[in-house]
Design a protein around this ligand. Sequence first.
Ligand code: KG4
Ligand code: ZN
Length: 337
Amino acid sequence: MRVLGIETSCDETAVAVFDSSYGLCSHALYSQVDLHAKYGGVVPELASRDHIRRIQPLVRECLHSAGLQPADITAIGYTAGPGLVGALLVGAAFAKALSFAWQIPALAVHHMEGHLLAPLLDKEQPTFPFVALLVSGGHTQLVYVKAIGEYELLGESLDDAAGEAFDKVAKLLGLPYPGGPLLAKLAEEGNPQAYDFPRPLIQRKNYDFSFSGLKTAVVSTVQALSEAELIAKKADLAASFQQAVVDTLVYKCHLALQKRECTTLVIAGGVSANRALREALGNLDDVSLFCPQLAFCTDNAAMIAYAGCQRLLAGQQDDSLGIVTRARWPMVELPAL
Ligand code: KG4
Ligand code: ZN
C-alpha cells in the first residue's frame, strides 16, 4: 500500500508518501514561519489561506521527487485533528477531493498519533508496550502504549504545554517567533543552575504536568532585573528554565516507567527535538530511548502517512464524502487496529 499523507493542522503545509513495503518514499514541507513572525504567533486565518496556496504544488513536488504518478497512490491519510479548524479543513477538503478524483480510500488521521508513531519510521523501532512522552506546542501527555490504537492516558498538562511554555518564555526574553528552538539554542550558552526555578508537580506522585507556574516564576525574575542585567543574564535564564522543564519531564517519565515496569520510552512532538531533554532521558538507567529523526519531531506529513498507512492496512477508512475535522480529539477515543 502506498499512502499519500497530508498535514495542515497548524503552520506547516506538509505532504509525504509512505510505502508499506519500501518505507518513506518522499516528503515535502512548507513552513509558514515568515508569514506569522511579524505577529509573534500563528494567525489562524492567514494559516488557512496559505495552506490553500501551498498544498497542490507540494503534492506535485512530493510525487515528482519520488518518481511517482497519481495512479501509483493507493490511499490518502490526512490530519483531521486536533489543530486549528480552518487549517485542518484545507487539508481534509483537499484529501477528500483527491480521494474522489483518484477513486482511492481516504482516512482521517489523529495528529498526535502521527507524532507518537514517528519513531516507527526508523529501521530500529521500539517494541510494544512502551511509555510515550508527547511534547508539542499544544500537548504534553504521558501515554502507555500497548499497541497502535491501544492508548492509556497516564497524565497530561493541566495548563500550558511544554512547547507553549518554551515559546512564551522565549517571547519574554525577546526572542522572535517561533521561540522554542531559539531558547534551546540560547540555553546552551547559559548556566542551568543560575536560577532555581520550580519543578512543577514533582512532589505529586501522578503523571500530570503544569508549566504555567514555572513560566510565572521566570516572569517575576525577569521583572526584578534591570534591562542591562536582563541582557547579561538571558542565557542563564534560558538554561535554568530549560533545566526545570527537562527535570520535570524526566522525573515523570521515570515514575511512569517504574510503575509500569517498562524499559522502553518513546518521545515525540516538537520538544522532543530538544537536545538537553534527549540527553537527560538517554541517561536514565536501563531505559531504551526512541526519538524521531529531527525532521520528524516537529510537524510533518511522513508521520501522518505512516499512521494512516497502519490503519488503512487494517481496513479502516472514511466512508462518506463529508468533511469532518476535530479541533479537540482525545487520542484514547481512537479505535484499536
Ligand atoms: O509538534 P510541533 O511541531 O507542533 C504541534 O503539534 O504543536 O511542536 C511545536 C513546538 C513549539 O512550541 C516549539 O517551540 C517546540 O515544539 N520546539 C522546541 C524545540 N523545537 C521545537 N522546544 C524546545 N526545544 C526545541 N529544540
Ligand atoms: Zn504537532
